[in-house]
Design a protein. Structure first.
Length: 564
């Protein structure tokens, strides 16, 4: 067992590096010994690594030293959003050390100094630590309730907050995850998700070690540039498991050719767990249609629901089942009810996110209260159980608002998720975030439904790259559409001539299908909208950007010079 592969790293489809269990253990112990020369148990250390396996050495080195790991997205010389986020995390966590690789530190010295300041945490290149130090390792006295790491939330709804996770909470959720995908020693785990994010860290980094399965890691950037690399890796091994967000499936369909698909054999793909953002029925249909001829089983697609505040997984199993899709009456859903379609009225499609493991408790309550909703009623999702984190680091107010919440008849130890949904046919169905709801003329509208309509209004609108938000003009809520369009439309006079028609189509479809008048349609070039590191659309940032006049680039039509 010690000599078996723990993790391999794939570059362009070929394994470039690998760590056995023994090599990872020895390297982590050596790093732990070096850490104790600089910091004490309980101190925080930022983990700042490029894609690769060195992150795991740093992470487990922290665990072996009793140091609290704080993963952050890598900040390169371009700075940008990752730099601003790293600055916010550092302000919150007050780390004493930053761990990275020697090459990455050298190439990003200036931007790290700008982000963290001259008086910021000391730097340690873990790949320069002498492995012989491992012999001097001593147990720091880690216990079940010792803090393992701080998982900073993705920031899709505001300033990132650090979820405090103990070793016991992490181990509990790993057992829940293992049940979901029925991992065995013969299972091969494939992941391209960044390990600084909760989904990537748990599913690609820690879970394979917990279950004793080898894992193959791909670069996130490599996947985005060429999704075929991931699909190709899914065809290897006897039983393959992977995890991805919804957008990744659409990307695979758009960016693979028939010739590439013909070379795939996905018959040994056991499970693809899909989460981190709303799972769309149309995405599942497109992915299945593209890859079922090449061995994919539709029941291998496993929608799930989770969040960092619950360590990760809340629902998503058990066993194989085709994703359950529910078509419901749109008008009733706007009232918070789930009813079968009636007559010729508009419908909405909801995707089930799997059953709830018996180790986890879920309650649906009337938003803002502790009163459980009756069956068939949409409410706020509350989560209980031993996977729920201990709170937010150094943020007692946010902790009191979110953790330790009461549910009538069920106890006072629940997590308020801020998400809306219901239990339907034995599965958790997620309708959207409570903060994102758009209220027009007394009816609730889920932005994901409106965004699906926007995408279908015109072929030039980029799938998965539009946001529908509401703004208050002092008298009422106004609906605003922010939509990225193809490069052809965003450049030159020919594209400019198409923009009025695209805007008109968006207004027409939203009005016809949802009965909502659109105040403004802003067309944007590719790459304009803000997303989190896990691919979640940041609607709060979209709303703020609109109000600040940030999204202005295509609002003036070159053919008419009239602001829409």
């Amino acid at each position: 067992m010690p000599t078996r592969l723990s993790h391999g790293y794939l570059v362009d489809g070929e394994q470039e590096a690998g760590l056995s269990y023994a090599e990872l253990d020895r390297a982590a112990r050596a790093v732990a010994v070096e850490l104790r020369r600089h910091v004490s148990p309980g101190d925080r250390a930022l983990l700042h690594y490029p894609p690769g396996l060195e992150f795991l050495v740093g992470f487990f080195g922290c665990a072996y030293a009793g140091v609290v790991a704080v993963p952050i997205a890598p900040v390169d010389a371009r700075g940008g959003e990752a730099a601003a986020r790293a600055r916010a995390v550092a302000r919150s966590a007050t780390p004493k050390l930053l761990l990275s690789s020697a090459g990455f530190l050298a190439s990003n010295t200036a931007v790290l100094r700008e982000v963290l300041g001259d008086a910021g945490p000391a730097r340690l290149a873990t790949d320069t630590v002498d492995p012989a130090l491992a012999a001097g390792w001593r147990d720091p006295g880690v216990e079940a309730d010792t803090v393992a790491y701080l998982q900073y939330s993705s920031g899709s709804t505001g300033e990132p907050k650090g979820v405090v996770l103990t070793h016991a909470q992490v181990l509990h959720n790993l057992a829940v995850m293992e049940d979901l995908v029925t991992l065995r020693l013969s299972t091969d785990v494939v992941s391209w998700l960044p390990m600084f994010h909760d989904m990537g860290l748990l599913s690609g980094g820690i879970l394979p070690i917990f279950a004793g399965c080898p894992a193959m890691i791909l670069s996130p950037v490599g996947f985005i540039r060429r999704p075929y690399r991931w699909l190709e890796a899914l065809g290897r091994g006897e039983k393959v498991v992977s995890v991805c967000p919804n957008f990744a499936l659409d990307l695979c369909v758009r960016r693979t050719t028939e010739a590439q698909r013909a070379r795939l054999d996905l018959s040994r793909l056991h499970t693809v767990v899909i989460g981190a953002e709303p799972v769309r029925a149309a995405t599942l249909d497109r992915f299945a249609a593209a890859f079922e001829p090449h061995g994919l089983r539709r029941d291998a697609l496993r929608p799930c629901y989770g969040l960092a505040e619950a360590t990760l997984l809340v629902s998503g199993g058990p066993g194989h089942f085709e994703p359950r899709v529910h078509t419901v009456d749109a008008e009733a859903l706007a009232r918070g009810e789930v009813l079968a379609p009636g007559g010729s009225g508009e419908t909405r499609t909801l995707v089930g996110c799997g059953g709830v493991n018996d180790r986890v408790r879920v309650a649906i309550v009337e938003p803002g209260t502790s009163r459980p909703c009756p069956p068939g009623r949409v409410g706020e999702i509350m989560v209980g159980g031993r996977s729920v984190g201990s709170g937010y680091w150094d943020n007692p107010r946010a902790t009191a608002e979110t953790f330790g919440q009461a549910v009538d008849g069920a106890g006072a130890d629940f997590l308020r998720t801020g998400d809306l949904g219901l239990l339907l046919d034995g599965q958790l169905v997620v309708a959207g975030r409570r903060k994102d709801l758009i209220l027009v003329d007394g009816a609730n509208h889920y932005p994901t439904d409106l965004e699906s309509t926007v995408e279908e209004a015109d072929a030039e609108i980029r799938a998965g790259h539009c946001a529908v938000v509401s703004v208050d003009d002092g008298e009422r809520e106004l609906v605003v559409v922010l939509a990225e369009v193809s490069a052809r439309v965003s450049r030159g006079p020919d594209g400019a001539a198409r923009r009025p028609g695209i805007r008109a189509a968006v207004r027409r479809e939203i009005s016809a299908r949802h009965g909502v008048a659109v105040h403004d349609v802003v067309l944007l070039p590719p790459g304009s909208l803000p997303f989190t590191s896990s691919g979640k659309l940041q609607r709060a940032a979209c709303r703020a950007g609109y109000l600040d006049g940030h999204f202005e680039s295509l609002r003036v039509d070159a053919t008419t010079a009239v602001v829409s």
